[in-house]
Write a protein that binds this ligand. Structure first.
Ligand code: SF4
Length: 480
């Protein structure tokens, strides 16, 4: 795989949806599972770069290590060596509920009537504010963080039921929203996916054990053989007796609603979902974009790295040559994202370097995978013009984002979403491009529904797969 096609750690552009975490689980008798879990977390770094952590059990005691920053920053030499045991879970975080604080880093370790429980959570619980109050009143739970994941943790640590599948099903009846979970008890690793399967989770086989991860790319790096994706509402318990799976009966009555943004942008291009390599799917999306919005141009370039696959597909379909015209500085500090609007152009300049020798005098198709606020696109267009581009035809490989996400993706409020407030013509003018075309909702859904079907497309259509009444912000529990 060409490394330029990869989302690299810290490479998330300024104006893109932010993913809500990656999770890993390992049950491998006789091994030091924390180290292998860290390997999986490195592979899932693109899903969250704010903090990382591992919890492991030696069959009796659960130990946890968490730290802020990239996985390489959170785990210094020997940190994972000290977390012993052949059962482990791990987490890499981008905050969608609660601030980016050390206390909010996961896995969280709580204790309840079901014993100690470590939890790694990817997703967003819509009714977490109400649930937190109920857990306080009913079970006298004490909360040390401002995350919905701690609500999940206390709920499951105290959930009624004789065994873990039953307790998870209680959770599924109680929690609204998105959750792919890896859980650790003193003697088991448990994986669970919400009844709509909104966030991904897959199962792999190790030589002597099992692995669970948000994406198949993590299984590849851990040298686990992909077995299958977990079903919506599925609970998998792995312990010394082997592996046991049950599916929540309520899940069968609902349709799956996998986040379609996993296919557009979040998942690494070398990950496989529904049997499809994400790189190939994005090429097809780029080809569809070329059919819907052809352009008279000399070169196709992608905004690196996340748009490269789609740009290759656009080029192939249109017959216009693909070129690398913009180089991403992969090592610009993750934390160096200047928030003020007036400084964004400087940020863009530090992140991207155009190559005038490639671009000068050329009519460009510039493929981007999404526009959220529209705050950085004008600076990218300006950068390309200054490098000598004669024309810029902006093509966006996602439909206009008109609705906020409540299901585990940090996008923006409705007021901030440019497509919710401006026409395509107004957005084109604001970006400074000569033309602008978005992939249609129909074109996108025809491509993805050709697979197993059942995707959430709410940020484009407003059709949320679960009831959404609140303008819930990521700081809701901080205020509560
Ligand atoms: S609203 Fe959009 S970003 Fe959120 S889960 Fe649905 S498709 Fe994904």
């Amino acid at each position: 795989m060409n490394s330029s096609l990869w989302n690299v750690p810290g490479s998330a552009p300024f104006d893109h949806p932010r993913e809500a975490c990656g999770v890993v689980g390992i049950a491998a008798p006789g091994t030091h599972s924390a180290n292998l879990t860290a390997v999986g977390l490195f592979a899932l770094q693109h899903r969250g770069q704010e903090s990382a952590g591992v919890a492991a059990s030696d069959g009796g005691k659960i130990s946890v290590h968490t730290g802020m920053g990239l996985v390489s920053e959170a785990f210094r030499d020997g940190d994972t060596d000290r977390i012993t045991g052949d059962l482990a879970i791990g987490h890499t975080r981008y905050s969608t509920t609660g601030a980016s604080d050390y206390c909010n880093a996961q896995p969280l370790l709580v204790s309840g009537v079901n014993g100690p429980l470590a939890v790694a959570h990817n997703g967003n619980i819509i009714n977490s504010v109400q649930l937190r109050e109920q857990l306080r009143a009913r079970w006298d739970c004490h909360f040390a963080t401002s995350t919905d994941s701690e609500v999940v943790s206390h709920l499951l640590a105290n959930a009624p039921g004789a065994a873990w599948p039953e307790r998870l099903f209680y959770g599924m009846r109680t929690m609204q929203g998105a959750y792919s979970l890896t859980l650790l008890t003193p003697d088991a690793v448990i994986a669970a996916r919400d009844p709509l399967g909104i966030r991904p989770l897959c199962l792999g086989k190790l030589n002597d054990g099992w692995a669970v991860a948000s994406e198949t790319c993590a299984l590849d790096h851990m040298q686990a053989e992909f077995v299958r994706e977990l079903e919506p509402g599925e609970v998998v318990v792995i312990n010394r007796d082997g592996i046991h799976s049950e599916i929540y009966r309520g899940a069968a009555r609902r349709r799956r609603a996998l986040c379609v943004f996993e296919w557009i942008y979040f998942a690494r291009p070398d990950s496989v979902m529904d049997g499809r390599l994400m790189h190939n799917t994005r090429e097809e999306m780029g080809a569809q974009l070329a059919r819907e919005h052809p352009a008279d141009a000399d070169l196709v370039i992608g905004i690196p790295d996340s748009s490269t696959s789609a740009a290759v597909g656009f080029a192939r379909e249109s017959g216009i040559p693909f070129a690398n015209g913009l180089v991403r500085n992969r090592y610009v500090g993750r934390t160096f994202i200047e928030p003020e609007q007036q400084r964004r152009d400087r940020g863009v300049r530090q992140k991207f370097n155009p190559m005038p020798a490639v671009l000068r005098g050329q009519r460009l198709v510039v493929v981007d995978d999404s526009i959220v606020r529209g705050t950085t696109t004008p600076h990218v267009v300006e950068l390309l013009r200054r490098a000598g581009a004669a024309e810029i035809h902006l093509r966006v490989c996602a439909p206009p984002i008109k609705h906020p996400c409540y299901l585990g993706v940090d996008m923006a409020t409705r007021q901030e979403l440019i497509a919710a407030n401006k026409t395509i013509a107004e957005i084109r003018e604001l970006t400074g491009a000569d033309s602008l075309g978005y992939l249609s909702v129909r074109g996108l859904l025809d491509l993805v529904h050709g697979q197993q079907g059942g995707f959430c497309d709410a940020c484009f259509t407003g059709n949320y797969p679960v009831p959404v009444q609140l303008e819930l912000t990521k700081m809701a529990l901080e205020r509560a």
